[in-house]
Design a protein around this ligand. Structure first.
Ligand code: SF4
Length: 403
């Protein structure tokens, strides 16, 4: 991973022609827009935590400032599944772990703090420390392989966006999942969340609305560019599906500004090396066969219509809710579930920055997270905590040699 990062950084520095061309293009459109709209601020939302990682790590916000694009603001969105999974499901998983169920989870879910401790444990990590059998895996398939080796009741905490869903559905359809392994489907869908976020941000009358969206590249490999067309059309804003290298993000920003300057609003796929307009039709069909779309609770935020996936009745035998007798949340039973003073919900909706939170890097740090946004590598608070505001901007600006 470290080597890959070094390679990307070197490529970013070496491809100075591409980078400087993109920055000049951003500068040009930003100037055009300023001449047209004065002090109007063009807010661009990067939906995905991995885009936020790229922006912060490479100091892209600082690079924009350096070229004088002060009318362009990059805003992080709700694209971190670990950050938006309600505490209730973490608590139920902790409970099962402490009752002797083998719990499989991704590494970042392991450390997410629940709102309410369960038998003294506030996270799956603490449940493990208290004797629970919690196992970290990289994928559902790893859990399937491991669960087949024993006959113990097992739970997979199925957090994720559309990207992980085909891994669950294909394992089920191919009959790979053993009877002792149950899936707690907590899959969330990104376009409905984008709709919701845009509505919420627009509701704040004193602020600027979102002027464009950088849509998640990996999710779009499954759902395709077409999934973002309703967002572009309803809100009349450009949407660019982008890859995750710094030049991808710069290209997305340049394209959004170009469209704004020309009065256009359409979906453009920048990440053409992985994403098509239709997406992965086989994966879409597999997901539709196994899952149905349901209203879903987002941590600290509430219910977003049609934003989650639940197992269909035909696949009930794999369903952790049914097997372990866990009542699922409903709009009536869901309660606001962030710790006092944690502003994670606003951070996820682009209404606050991590530094607006009174706990940021004081009581809440990556080593001792209080809110869920401080845990995952895709969590905005965790990203800002690790790389600070400037990222590599100074160093990269010098390497590029244009400032
Ligand atoms: S710094 Fe911690 S407490 Fe504050 S919003 Fe972020 S996760 Fe929540």
């Amino acid at each position: 991973m470290r080597r890959e990062m070094e390679a990307i950084e070197m490529a970013f520095r070496r491809k100075t022609v591409v980078t400087t061309t993109l920055l000049r293009s951003i500068e040009k459109y930003s100037q055009e827009l300023r001449e047209k709209d004065g002090d109007y601020v063009y807010k661009i939302m990067d939906f995905c935590g991995t885009h936020e990682w790229t922006i912060v790590h490479f100091g892209l916000r600082s690079l924009l400032e350096k070229i004088g694009a002060r009318n362009v603001e990059l805003i992080a969105g709700p694209g971190c599944p670990v950050c938006v999974t309600p505490s209730y499901y973490i608590e139920q998983s902790i409970k099962l772990a402490l009752e002797g169920v083998v719990v499989y989870t991704y590494g970042d879910v392991f450390k997410v703090p629940a709102l309410r401790p369960v038998k003294g444990a506030r996270s799956l990590a603490e449940a493990k420390a208290l004797g629970g059998d919690v196992r970290i895996v990289h994928s559902f398939l790893h859990a399937v392989i491991d669960a087949r080796r024993h006959n113990k009741d097992s739970l997979f905490v199925g957090i994720g966006f559309e990207t992980v869903a085909p891994g669950y559905s294909e394992a089920i359809l191919k009959g790979l999942v053993p009877n002792n392994l149950k899936l707690m489907s907590l899959v969330k869908l990104t376009p409905p969340a984008m709709f919701y976020t845009l509505e919420v941000v627009r509701e704040k009358p004193t602020d600027y609305p979102i002027s464009g969206v950088i849509a998640p590249g990996h999710v779009s490999t499954i759902v395709g560019g077409k999934a973002w067309r309703p967002v572009a059309e309803q809100f009349q804003i450009p949407v660019v599906v982008a890859g995750f290298e710094p030049n991808d993000v710069l290209m997305a920003i340049a394209e959004i500004l170009r469209q704004r300057a020309r009065g256009e609003y359409k979906v453009v796929i920048e990440y053409t090396r992985a994403v098509t307009w239709e997406g992965d039709l086989k994966a879409q069909s597999s997901i539709r066969t196994v899952f149905e779309t349901v209203d879903s609770a987002w941590r600290g935020i509430g219910y977003i219509p049609k934003s989650g996936l639940a197992l269909r009745e035909e696949f009930r035998k794999y369903d952790a809710f049914a097997y372990f007798g866990i009542p699922d949340l409903t709009p009536e039973t869901w309660r606001y579930d962030l710790p006092a003073n944690c502003r994670c919900a606003e951070v996820n909706l682009g209404k606050a920055k991590p530094t607006d939170c009174p706990l940021f890097m004081k009581a809440c740090t990556p080593d001792r997270p209080i809110g869920p946004c401080m845990v995952s590598v895709e969590g905005t608070c965790a990203i800002w905590a690790r790389f600070g505001g400037g990222g590599l901007a100074e160093e990269i600006a010098k390497a590029i040699g244009v400032f």
